[in-house]
Design a protein around this ligand. Structure first.
Ligand code: 13P
Length: 253
């Protein structure tokens, strides 16, 4: 049985005070169980405080991006060494907003995945198609290419420990969720790609999240699908109550 991963992606939201309020409300409510892992991926300025305040609880903290280099002349960037030293455990890589707005390429995402493993951070690698690609029937090919490139050069064990988040771009922040069948169809394909590209054990072990307008009202249905092992959630992760509802749903899968 794969452990579900419910991860909030706050994106560029909240003030430090609001982050603090969320942590106070959520940190002791998150269950410590073998069934679900709970993660909040927050903006860089909040990470240190959030890691300190969640020590000894089951709530894990992640970043939303990082550079692949350890240090150097990269003004404005944050390195994996810095995140590791803070006690961050996860890092979202290749989110579609980073690919679209900041022009991140598959090659950069692959370098970042390698850097994450080198520094013992668990990568949550995002893949997903645009509406145009879906309508042109290119979803499977596009997602397959993104997954293979992201996993290129990893050991079998690293590939198994990568979390892949399938986020159809047309369902992000739009209120338009993929149906659970549509979401599962792509997640099943991703698992097959991992099987062919790595091996059968990795396909069985790798955790695949769905992301895109996940909320308490639709999470049960999504998580009940055979190849969906959790959710990467934007808007509905911003309020502690809503985030805790999602975690609760993960616990029951
Ligand atoms: O991009 C997402 C999570 O990374 C999804 O965002 P929403 O849940 O707000 O649609």
């Amino acid at each position: 049985m794969r452990k579900q991963v419910i991860a909030g992606n706050w994106k560029m939201n909240k003030t430090h005070t609001e982050a603090e309020e969320f942590i106070q409300a959520a940190k002791n409510e998150v269950p410590s169980t073998n069934e679900v892992e709970s993660v909040v991926c927050a903006p860089f300025p909040f990470l240190q405080k959030m890691v300190e305040e969640t020590k000894g609880t089951a709530l894990e903290i992640g970043a939303q991006n990082m550079h692949f280099e350890e240090s150097g002349a990269f003004t404005g960037e944050v390195s994996p060494v810095m995140l590791k030293e803070l006690g961050v455990s996860y890092v979202v890589l290749g989110h579609s907003e980073r690919r679209e707005v900041f022009k991140e390429t598959d090659e950069e995402v692959n370098k970042k995945v390698h850097a994450a493993f080198k520094h013992e951070l668990t990568p949550i690698v995002c893949v997903g198609e645009t509406l145009e690609q879906r309508e042109a029937d290119q979803t499977m090919d596009h997602v397959e290419a993104q997954v293979k490139k992201a996993l290129e050069g990893l050991s079998d064990e690293q590939a198994s420990n990568t979390i892949i988040a399938y986020e159809p771009i047309w369902a992000i922040g739009t209120g338009r969720t993929a149906t659970s069948e549509q979401a599962n169809e792509v997640c099943t394909h991703i698992r097959k790609v991992v099987g062919d590209f790595v091996n059968a054990d990795a396909a069985e072990a790798v955790r695949i999240q769905y992301g895109g307008s996940v909320k308490p009202a639709n999470v049960d249905e999504l998580l009940s699908q055979s190849d969906i092992d959790g959710a990467l959630v934007g808007g509905a992760s911003l309020e502690a109550d809503s985030f805790l509802n999602l975690v609760e749903a993960g616990k029951h899968e």
